[in-house]
Design a protein. Structure first.
Length: 133
């Protein structure tokens, strides 16, 4: 009944996933999955989120002063710059939950907690990076 009132909370899907996971995972792993799922669909960028999420490691040189378009192509987040340009003009390419401009160059100022950043393409594609200096 609550599911129909608040569909955005995905109550039924969460109950089903928990039930399914209970056959294969212990309670600690289930809680970890719940944490990651909750944070995937939220805009929370806490240190706890970054420390407990899967991320791609990059060297600082692969990141610093690289245009956002080239960065996304280099890391296979998209296939064509035209696709990325469309996302940018529609404000659907986000860096740390903020829309970016076409001429955006990545810099140390974009790092959260001195080493993390998130690129989101539309609502469901979210990429987490950790920069090693």
């Amino acid at each position: 009944e609550n599911h129909n009132k608040e569909k955005e909370k995905r109550i039924a899907q969460r109950k089903l996933a928990e039930s399914f996971l209970s056959y294969y995972c212990d309670e600690i792993k289930i809680k970890e999955c719940i944490f990651l799922s909750n944070n995937f669909f939220s805009n929370d960028l806490s240190l706890e989120y970054f420390e407990n999420s899967a991320k791609m490691d990059l060297n600082f040189s692969e990141f610093n002063e690289t245009s956002i378009l080239q960065f996304c192509i280099n890391n296979k987040l998209a296939h064509r710059k035209s696709e990325l340009k469309t996302l940018i003009t529609q404000e659907k390419l986000l860096l740390n939950n903020e829309p970016v401009k076409l001429d955006k160059k990545l810099s140390e100022n974009d790092l959260l907690f001195g080493k993390y950043f998130v690129v989101r393409l539309s609502k469901i594609k979210k990429y987490i990076f950790k920069i090693n200096k």
